[in-house]
Ligand binder design. Structure first.
Ligand SMILES: Nc1ncnc2c1ncn2[C@@H]1O[C@H](COP(=O)(O)OP(=O)(O)OP(=O)(O)O)[C@@H](O)[C@H]1O
Ligand SMILES: [Mg+2]
Length: 332
């Protein structure tokens, strides 16, 4: 058995004449926490659906847990759990009933399904509301129940499509903690997100995806170091002072010209900690005294913009599937 949980080579998916996934290749090591970060319509859901055997690819090779998704789909299904972007719970049933039904569908005996459902309801903190209809659950509670459902057959690989979409920060954190715990206990996790904080907080390995293509991949730290550079931001008492500071600061930078917006001067540098004291000394000799000096690390969003020229959160209407509305579809 290979040390990879997932191996994807030259994967292509076309919907009619439209190429949604355009020749992507990647591997996910066993026990890794892998994320696809990209905007709406990038091809994240399409890729996950192919990996989880719900959608047939156009071409390429995909192996999950060592099995080919086309030739051995049933073997793949036994190894994976897939939490879909649009939560698939029965609203007119209780938390208990939803989990037990899923357990039986996954092949557990009714007694085993009941036992496992009880354990998982406790793990995701829903024991108290287990007898209530899912219609009365909040968005965060539904996500947690959905996750519990995916874990009923104890899968070794988890596919999670936007697992915290639409949740408030507190509910998001509960899910993050739980996903980290599952991963620490040995599960391989593959998630998609368009929240850069989520990718940064959770993923050990990350692939930026845009318009069906993997633009760049690596650890979040490596991606930031390769392309980012730190920012020094100096705020002055007046726009005039900020303008004067350009001539003083520029010789200390490598090729870069600082940008000035009103009274703020901003420059990208490699080692801000080393350069900042020199900047202050030079400014002092020129009788320029900044009111504040900040050093910031680049965010994954900064790097994404640098690579593809637009932000992750930008809505592109042309990419949206007609009629998909989270409220109509009960996504929340
Ligand atoms: N069944 C389909 N038929 C035709 N086009 C589709 C179909 N499903 C998806 N697409 C298109 O393929 C592209 C990729 O869609 P996909 O749902 O994989 O994106 P995504 O990255 O998951 O986006 P989101 O962040 O909005 O969930 C989009 O342009 C979408 O409109
Ligand atoms: Mg999607």
């Amino acid at each position: 058995m290979s040390e990879h949980s997932i191996e994807v080579n030259h994967l292509v998916k076309k919907y009619g004449g439209f190429t949604a996934v355009n020749n992507i290749s990647f591997t996910v090591a066993k026990g890794d926490f892998f994320g696809f970060l990209g905007p709406n319509g990038a091809g994240k859901t399409t890729t996950l659906r192919i990996l989880s055997t719900l959608l047939r690819k156009t071409s390429g090779e995909v192996k999950v847990a060592g099995y080919d998704v086309d030739r051995e789909p049933n073997a793949v299904r036994r190894k994976i759990g897939f939490a879909m972007q649009d939560i698939s719970l029965d609203n007119l049933a209780s938390g208990w009933e939803n989990l037990q039904l899923l357990g039986v569908l996954y092949g557990l005996s009714p007694a085993d399904a009941r036992k496992r459902a009880g354990e998982l309801l406790g793990v995701v903190g829903l024991s108290k509301v287990a007898d209530k209809w899912v219609t009365s659950y909040s968005g965060g509670m539904r996500r947690r129940l959905d996750l519990a459902g995916v874990l009923m057959h104890d899968p070794e690989i988890l596919f999670l499509d936007e697992p915290t979409q639409g949740l408030d920060p507190q509910a998001r954190r509960i899910i993050w903690d739980y996903l980290r715990k599952l991963n620490n206990e040995g599960s391989t996790v593959v998630l998609t997100t368009h929240y850069m904080e989520e990718a940064d907080a959770l993923c050990r390995e990350l692939a930026f995806i845009d318009k069906g293509t993997i633009v760049r991949s690596g650890t979040p730290a490596k991606l930031k170091a390769q392309l980012g550079g730190e920012q020094i931001i100096l705020t002055f008492g007046s726009a005039d002072q900020a303008e004067k500071a350009i001539a003083v600061v520029t010789p200390l930078l490598e090729k870069e010209t600082p940008a000035v917006t009103e009274n703020r001067l901003q420059a990208t540098v490699k080692e801000a900690g080393k350069i900042a004291p020199k900047v202050i000394t030079k400014l002092e000799s020129a009788k320029l005294f900044p009111a504040s000096i900040n050093i910031t690390q680049p965010t994954l969003e900064d790097i994404f913009v640098k690579l593809v020229g637009h932000t992750i959160q930008e809505e592109d209407e042309s990419n949206l599937i007609k009629g998909r509305d989270p409220f109509v579809e009960g996504r929340m």
